[in-house]
Design a protein around this ligand. Structure first.
Ligand code: COA
Length: 261
């Protein structure tokens, strides 16, 4: 089990903390597996009524580990990646999920928030979904959940243009509930989770289920996105984007397209 995800349970609240600050909490397969196991275990436990996602080191997460993307672009594996298994689980989670975002939230660090019921962020938090810049498309059902939560225009700006949103912009757009100081952030998220955990459980879960709507729709969006992603991840442009990141240089998409011809 990885040390880079720390799981604790406190007063009916499961706290899932990302602790890979030296890599900006970029998510690896073992980290996704640990989060999946935590979410799964909670579904079988009456002791857990809510989940809280936290970052560390002044970062929420820089998203999927790009080394992992690069490996998948090469190996052509047909097996579901741990990231895909984690994402597939999100619409099936029945307990409320709360996120506390300090610093960077990139990629899955943004699309995860669309599954969360409450999101708090610090004034210096920033939100970026650079899927298209990486030669990929948005994931985690954000094709459906993004427009539903933010409206089409804002969802396109965030998920396709890849605009970096400040905390204020994210609050104004409805991605997050409130901006709170760094000192208050985790306490605010945990207090909300504890309030939820103290409520009548059946009523809480029913209220959430009705507010969320049919989880099969998000699951279908996830499957549809994955079908497109599987082709795109092997494209010359995606490979160029991953290589450029790992070589710390700007990508040359025109050259990548030309070399593919
Ligand atoms: N995957 C793998 N490694 C990552 C990473 C990621 N998604 N994000 C950051 N890292 C690593 C960097 O390679 C660097 O490693 P090194 O110290 O061994 O060189 C370390 O984390 C620190 O990152 P660095 O880029 O030096 O920090 P920064 O503050 O200048 O920039 C980011 C932070 C997040 C803006 C930048 O790292 C970035 O753009 N990361 C990629 C984000 C991304 O596209 N994620 C995928 C979304 S789908």
């Amino acid at each position: 089990m990885t040390q880079e995800i720390e799981i604790t349970v406190d007063n009916g609240v499961q706290i899932i903390r990302l602790v890979r600050a030296e890599k900006k909490n970029a998510l690896t397969g073992p980290m996704y597996d640990a989060m999946s196991a935590a979410l799964d275990g909670a579904e079988r436990s009456d002791a857990i009524a809510a989940h809280v996602f936290l970052g560390s080191g002044g970062v929420f997460t820089a998203g999927n580990d790009i080394t992992d993307f690069a490996r998948r672009a090469q190996d052509g594996s047909q097996h579901a990646a741990p990231s895909q298994l984690f994402i597939a689980r999100l619409p099936k989670v029945t307990r409320p999920m709360i996120a506390a975002v300090d610093g960077l939230a990139v990629g899955i660090g943004v699309t995860l928030l669309l599954h969360c019921d409450l999101v708090y962020a610090t004034p210096t938090a920033s939100f970026r979904a650079p899927f298209v810049d990486l030669g990929l498309i948005q994931e985690a059902g954000s094709s459906l959940l993004g427009p539903a939560r933010l409206g089409y225009a804002r969802a396109f700006e965030l998920l396709a243009l890849g605009e970096v949103w400040t905390a204020d912009r994210a609050a104004q757009a409805g991605l997050i509930n409130a901006v709170v100081t760094e000192g208050e952030l985790e306490a605010k998220a945990l207090a909300a989770a504890r309030r939820l955990a103290a409520k009548p459980r059946a009523a809480l879960l029913a209220a959430r289920r009705m507010l969320k709507g049919d989880p099969a729709l998000a699951s279908k969006a996830i499957a549809d996105e994955l079908a497109v992603y599987k082709d795109l991840i092997r494209s010359p442009e995606a490979r160029e984007a991953f290589t450029a990141f790992l070589e710390k240089r700007a990508p040359d998409f025109a050259k990548a397209r030309g070399s593919a011809a």
